[in-house]
Write a protein that binds this ligand. Sequence first.
Ligand code: CO
Length: 300
Amino acid sequence: MTRISRRQALAAGTVGLAGCRTEAPAPSAGPEAPPAKAGLTADGARGVERIVEATRTRDGAGVKLSRALGGRALPMLDPFLLLDEFHSDDPNDYAAGFPDHPHRGFETVTYMLEGAMEHRDSVGNAGRLGPRSAQWMTAGRGIVHSEMPKQERGLMWGFQLWVNLPRARKMIRPRYQDIAPGLIPELDHDGARVRIVAGSAFGATGPVSGIDVEPLFFDVTLSRGVSFEVPVPTDHSAFAFVTDGAVRLGPSRAEVRAGQLAVLRKGPRIAATCDATSGRMIVLAGKPIGEPVARGGPFV
Ligand code: CO
């Protein structure tokens, strides 16, 4: 894989972190043909098993969302149960927020790129989730909380991810990890801009700790001509959701565009390149739990 220098990457122009999609994602490119041997190539880069188009939906008190995981097309990817993106500068799309609702038996993760939400729960915890912050909430035996916009206008952009807990750990005491933006390592690796929310890469470790499925959570921005490769535990489930532009993933360089989620095969590395103007994706990996899942709304 060709690497370009950091200087070349910078010369190619910096990538707007707050860029918005302006058009609906094009139809799915379809999965690439499976490589001959268990999805592994010589260098172990994970191939793309399938590409899923996020679908529009509403949740909470009517917040407009794109659901990439947890819908009909991809009900789950053990241990991940749901991925929603909210992305709108129209307050009508988000003002209703997520009033009091319960969670039990799993973990909810909020990752904000733009805008602010306020979080409150039934036992007196409260906090503000501002741009580029994260919250990893282990609901465990149960909490009731609300997540409401802390702004009346402007862009609201972020993600909600649900992560399962093993059966034996579903009733643990609830736990919060509220993560201010400055605690998330952000580094430049061969021209790729990488924020590390969870897990380790390139000598840095994300702030999220003590999670059963040993997650990796990277926010990766590539500009044209930049490649990105990161080692991951071989047997973790993994996906990449493209939030802006387009990236190419895996040995056959399958194109994944904004609004699409790529399910990755097992393997020791995730590899991506970018030949669009830019591409941004969130990359998640987690140890599969391998237990039957019964879900009923906010209980799993
Ligand atoms: Co919630």
